[in-house]
Design a protein around this ligand. Sequence first.
Ligand code: FE
Length: 255
Amino acid sequence: MIDIHSHILPEIDDGAQNLEQALSMAEAAVSEGITHLYATPHHRNGRFENEKHSIINHVDSFNKKLQQRNIPLHILPGQEIRLYKELIEDLERDILIPLHHQSKYLLIELPSNKVPAYAAEMFYELTLRNYTPIIVHPERNSEIIEKPEILYDFIITGALAQITASSVIGNFGKKIMSFSHDLLQGNMAHFVASDAHNTTSRGFHLTKAYETIQKQYGIDRRYYLQENAELVMKGESIYIEQPQHIRKKKFLGIF
Ligand code: FE
């Protein structure tokens, strides 16, 4: 199993705080059946800056530690990039990391409570340059929860969406769980990933999320999501189903 979003690298963001925690996370990932794990440290989120060169060095040294301890997990370099105005310039400066050098998938994070006015244009500019933005955890963005058509429009213009395993199983509350399932049902969730930060409050939960999806939507939906992560790793295109509009629900029991 492949997980495209995690904060496993020690001491560089709000994920693993030291090597021992990172190794415990690696063991937890292996016990879930994860074989390949993207390390995607935060970049430009207001607290952390992690550029390509440094991430690659950290990934190399962490992979060596995993080998020394015989932990059968392979870490791949990635980056969780907050949407910011100089993003395209920084791609040209080669300080950002796509999940694959050819297919150029980029994990893009929006601020948690809003969608910047320039987002649509930025996604469009990225697609013009053959990058594919993968919007991480849209189910946790309060503006998208209020107006799901914002995400619909991004997807129509070529962006993809990654929902978080913990959201699917209810660890972020009922509202976020319900909206995650709306996205799954509306073909607006192309990936499920852990966004794991530790082994306690923000663990992997990927297997449980896939099992929940299989139970509710059938095994084909699970395979579709799992295979998309594999396709990203191989640098291939994923199959995109036509997204469906989500009808806004009222969350106090009146539908
Ligand atoms: Fe993250």
